[in-house]
Write a protein that binds this ligand. Sequence first.
Ligand SMILES: Cc1ncc(COP(=O)(O)O)c(C=O)c1O
Length: 430
Amino acid sequence: MNSEWLKSAYTEYFTTAPKKITNLVMERGQGIHLYTIDGEKYLDFVQGVAANALGHCHPTLTAAAVKQLHQLGHASFNLVSYPSALALAAELRKWTGRMDKFFFTNTGAEVVESGLKLARYITGKSSIIAFRGSFHGRTMGAASVTGSSAKFRKHYAPFLPQVYFAPYPYCFRCYFHQKPETCALDCLAYLLDDFEHFIPSEDISVILLEPVMGEGGYVVPPKKYMEALTTLCRDKGFLLMFDEVQTGMGRTGRMFAFQHFGIEPDILLLGKAVGGGYPLAVLAANREIMDRWPPGSHGSTFGGHPVACATGLAQLEIVGASGFLDSVVAMGVLFREQLIRLQQRFPEIGDVRGLGLMNAIELVKPDGRHDPEKTAAIVAHLFSKKILVYTCGVRGNIIRFMPPLNVEEPVLDRLIDALDQAFAAARKTI
Ligand SMILES: Cc1ncc(COP(=O)(O)O)c(C=O)c1O
């Protein structure tokens, strides 16, 4: 396998369906860095799309994986139990509050499917409320509740019936033209109005929401919205299910994003980082809910793989250790301050937002419209400086930053410097 062959093999052998944004072939990763087969070094602010909470090949996680591989690979949690999965459940329970029982599967989409099935199973009701702008995955059930971009749904209909989309509280672009000072939660009132017009509330099983919207634009909802939504669910008897596939496991500076709002869902969905960079996803709910999901009603061959559980556990012990999440909060504050200073110099950064180390900038034209062209120019400039970032949002005008949670200040400084140069360069060309 020479390097020329490796570089051409992807296009030769793979479908074009996933939107791969680079043709880089990586040989190894260490911390924040990825190294190509030609020995080039990249700063990686994507980190396996927020799955590597502690960066590439963290030595403790690698050691846990190797140890587990020597002991037991796949046996199927459907058939037998093993220590790594049981210990991970015990450790997770220290953080999940009332949600004290678990189901283990492999990916974000699968855990969303699991949550939808559980909600329908135990309520006997079919209707689901999801959100405009939400992303929950690519399988049919998950795509049915995804409202972040029509491209995820194009040519795949029919979807699950009885899925309704409510407006997400996207305050920077409030659908109801309010400002935080004038906000009376019109977006929630709109959903309540829908209950009068065409969504019989008696048929609703669950409200499914990302407590910080990911793929749709890194949008942090106001606390009062989250409180009011929780109250609505309690009053009407709807289940409240949070998709924390992207926000969970310390990304926002709390173990789970819902903790920022002083509320708790009935069902919690975790993916990405929960396996320490290996495929694992977890559904958590309280035993009154879980005990109504009888044997045989759900399952997974690979779900709760021993290696992913071992690495997930090793990571949780680090992220959950005293002081770690405080440092995520502090680093996040520092990073947003730097982004805000950049915004003062470059007002084309319309919004700086985020929690912990889940942050983004939204690029706008002088009249406030989305600016995907400038966003693409900034991303390309960063790429030319060997810095990898991802965009999000339906119009591709938001750049999101997903550094490892143990990132150090000089690395963030380097990113800020590169962004500064990129914005200055884009001014000259666009
Ligand atoms: C919030 C959220 N839910 C679900 C998913 C789907 O996860 P996966 O790609 O592992 O199926 C993602 C992936 O980006 C996500 O961000």
